[in-house]
Design a binder for this molecule. Structure first.
Ligand code: ITT
Length: 201
């Protein structure tokens, strides 16, 4: 194993965030695209944990590198926790982020403000090629806004309103999102796991 960490994701928003969240590690962060890996892992698991594990293990085995994968999504209480681990495909295949936001808003059109609570969840899996896998968790709470606001971030950020900050996640600068997000919390745990794994070599 060399000193590279494979960011096992095809989501450019996640890559941007991980590059910043893990920048102080003594590891070279590389993407699947940079390594010429075109494998798309079928997310057939029934939970964030299963899919994060599947992506990290498959791509660690293929690249022979330490690999980090994130499976994440939005859980909306009024929708019984949907879209959850199906967040990337909510509303059908081939939709854009803004199409999915519109679809979500249409599902919540009759739901009043005090019943629009939701959380973002991130499960990060760190896998050693042919070896152990460690899981790290992060969650943050918010309310689904009535309309999108803000230009930063990706996915459902424009409708994820954080009451304690008085802004949607898309209105936060990348630096602030990386202090408060579900992914920042999980990445804090993953950072410690990676430090320990590096120390063992
Ligand atoms: P990879 O599997 O290649 O990492 P993906 O986009 O398919 O990329 P997921 O299966 O984990 O990733 O789906 C996560 C979806 O949840 C993502 O497409 C977003 O729509 C949403 N999501 C996750 N984290 C988010 C965040 O920080 N802000 C906004 N939306 C987020």
């Amino acid at each position: 194993m060399d000193c590279k960490l494979l960011l096992a994701t095809n989501n450019r928003g996640k890559v941007r965030e991980f590059r910043s969240l893990l920048s102080n590690l003594p590891l070279q962060l590389v993407t699947t695209a940079e390594m010429g890996i075109t494998t798309v892992v079928d997310e057939v698991g029934g939970s964030f944990e299963e899919n994060a594990r599947l992506k990290a293990v498959t791509l660690a085995a293929e690249s022979h590198l330490l690999a980090l994968a994130d499976d994440s999504g939005l859980e909306v209480d009024a929708l019984g926790g949907e879209p959850g681990h199906l967040s990337a495909r909510y509303g059908g295949e081939g939709l854009s982020d803004s199409d999915r936001v519109d679809y979500l808003l249409s599902k919540l059109k009759d739901v009043p403000w005090d019943k629009r609570s939701a959380s973002f969840c991130s499960v990060i899996a760190v896998a050693i090629p042919g070896g152990e896998v460690e899981l790290c968790y992060g969650r943050c709470h918010g309310i689904i806004a009535f309309e999108p606001k803000g230009e930063h971030g990706f996915g459902y950020d424009p409708v994820f309103f954080m009451p304690e900050l008085g802004k949607t996640m898309a209105e936060l600068s990348p630096e602030v999102k990386n202090q408060v997000s579900h992914r920042a919390l999980a990445a804090g745990e993953a950072y410690k796991v990676l430090e320990r794994l590096i120390g063992k070599r």
